[in-house]
Design a protein around this ligand. Structure first.
Ligand code: NI
Length: 139
């Protein structure tokens, strides 16, 4: 682990009280841990906004009885070759499937790919989460 440096910050009393209530609700063990997460989130958001290579998970719920949909989903992933790291498929019931696709690429490319899949007929719900190791990345 990198060396830990202590620092002090001045905060308005009202803001600190609100922050303490928030970290209690979220279950943080200390203010330090909560502040570290806020700082990391900032860097991850910056990575995503600056269009660096990031990783993402795309969750889809779809109706596999929709004609050609399964084929279209597979074709799209083959077209996006090398940037689909893994796919997990769960048969939810007789009709519906859940798929989680793990992706790597520039933010704009990943979003374009996600929009292509989410807009297919028969895809009922989906969510894209973009993330990165943030400032802790060693590469
Ligand atoms: Ni299925």
């Amino acid at each position: 682990m990198s060396s830990l440096i202590r620092t002090g910050i001045a905060l308005d009393r009202e803001l600190l009280e609100k922050f303490d209530r928030l970290i209690e609700r979220k279950g943080y063990g200390s203010r330090s841990e909560a502040i570290r997460d806020l700082v990391r989130n900032h860097f991850v958001e910056e990575d995503v906004a600056s269009d660096k290579v990031i990783v993402a998970s795309l969750t889809l719920v779809y109706d596999h009885h929709q004609p050609r949909l399964s084929e279209q989903l597979i074709d799209a992933q083959h077209d996006y070759k090398g940037r689909v790291l893994a796919t997990t498929h769960v048969h939810l019931d007789r009709r519906n499937c859940l798929e989680v696709i793990i992706l790597k690429g520039r933010g704009t490319e990943v979003k374009r790919f996600a929009d292509r899949l989410l807009s297919l007929r028969g895809v009922k719900h989906g969510r894209l989460v973009l993330t990165s190791p943030g400032p802790d990345s060693k590469s």
